[in-house]
Design a binder for this molecule. Structure first.
Ligand SMILES: O=C(O)C(=O)Cc1ccccc1
Length: 310
């Protein structure tokens, strides 16, 4: 059996399209799962080598089911990310007119991306969430809903037609997807990498979050995502999902993680992996005093002081 990647299915999701842009997907069996949770569980139990799932979109932020799965349970690690520009088509059974549509469906993350369009064109339509956008298309094929927001490419797969295309409330909406596997050594740094961690604060005092963020700031590390998620232990109890620029093998990142390990109740390392899209000028040189050479030089100096050899 070839190594397999699980993904949020069924066939025809944006997730599948994004996954197929990865060269390594061409030499794997790609297996659709009904939910993010079941795809990640397939990895946890060893049924799949890795799982590919949506994690963040530029309209609403984090995909909470994915973040919550990565925060809890058997640890997993992120190895790759892919960014995909998203516009929706309104898929219907052939012959359906806009005025026939009473019910619409799609993945919950699609709703904020088409809300204005819906209010303008189908103000009375009843919305219900589907497990994924392609699953919504499948439910329209079965006659359970009148229309689904999904990728135009999903129409043929489910015998539907696109009544409208290029639907998006926000220009340039993008979704970020990640390839998640069991913990192993992260890939070597590429020079344009990202490190993901989850932090649990030790106690509640003024400035706790500032103290956590200060571990990155004082080492010249830029943050790319900060999303709080409830821990489930009561109102006001949160953990923090953070994406930071750089790789765990960079001295400044390793030192920041050591600082966090000392002051947090718990730190979960979710991986260091190449950034999907880097625009020219986005990878800055290290902030003065934060290069590997400067950290090595400083550690060397302390060692010499301790030896009385300065
Ligand atoms: O991959 C899909 O089709 C999904 O259902 C997840 C999703 C939801 C909204 C935008 C992009 C991906």
């Amino acid at each position: 059996m070839p190594a397999s990647y699980a993904y949020l299915g069924p066939e025809g999701t944006f997730t599948e399209v994004a996954l197929r842009t990865l060269p390594e997907a061409a030499v794997r069996e790609l297996i659709p799962y009904v939910s993010v949770q079941s795809a990640l569980d397939a990895v946890r139990v060893g049924e799949a080598e890795a799982a590919f799932v949506p994690i963040e979109n530029s309209v609403e932020g984090g995909i909470t089911t994915t973040l919550d799965e990565l925060v809890a349970g058997t640890p997993l690690m992120i190895y790759r990310e892919v960014l995909l520009s998203i516009t929706f088509a309104l898929l219907v059974r052939p012959g359906t007119k806009l005025s026939d549509i009473k019910t619409v469906t799609a993945h919950p993350a699609a709703q904020p991306q088409v809300r204005n369009w819906l209010a303008t064109h189908l103000p009375d339509a009843h919305w219900e969430s589907a497990a994924s956008n392609a699953d919504g298309a499948r439910l329209v094929q079965e006659g359970r809903y009148d229309a689904a927001f999904a990728g135009e490419f999903a129409a043929a797969r489910y015998g539907l037609e696109a009544l409208e295309t290029n639907i998006h409330d926000a220009e340039n909406a993008q979704t970020r997807f990640v390839l998640v596997g069991r913990p192993a050594r992260p890939a070597a740094p590429t020079g344009a990498d990202k490190t993901s961690v989850v932090l649990w604060q030790r106690d509640d005092h003024p400035g706790t979050l500032r103290d956590l963020l200060g571990e990155f700031a004082s080492r010249g590390i830029n943050l790319m995502l900060l999303q709080s998620r409830p821990t489930g232990a009561g109102i006001g109890n949160y953990c923090f999902c953070i994406d930071a620029e750089g790789h765990i093998s960079d001295r400044r990142m390793a030192e920041a993680l050591m600082g966090l390990k000392r002051i947090c109740l718990q730190v979960r390392f979710l991986g260091s992996y190449p950034r999907a899209e880097v625009r020219p000028g986005e990878v800055r040189p290290p902030f003065p005093g934060t290069s590997d050479a400067e950290f090595v030089g400083a550690a060397d100096w302390v060692a010499r002081c301790q030896d009385g050899r300065f």
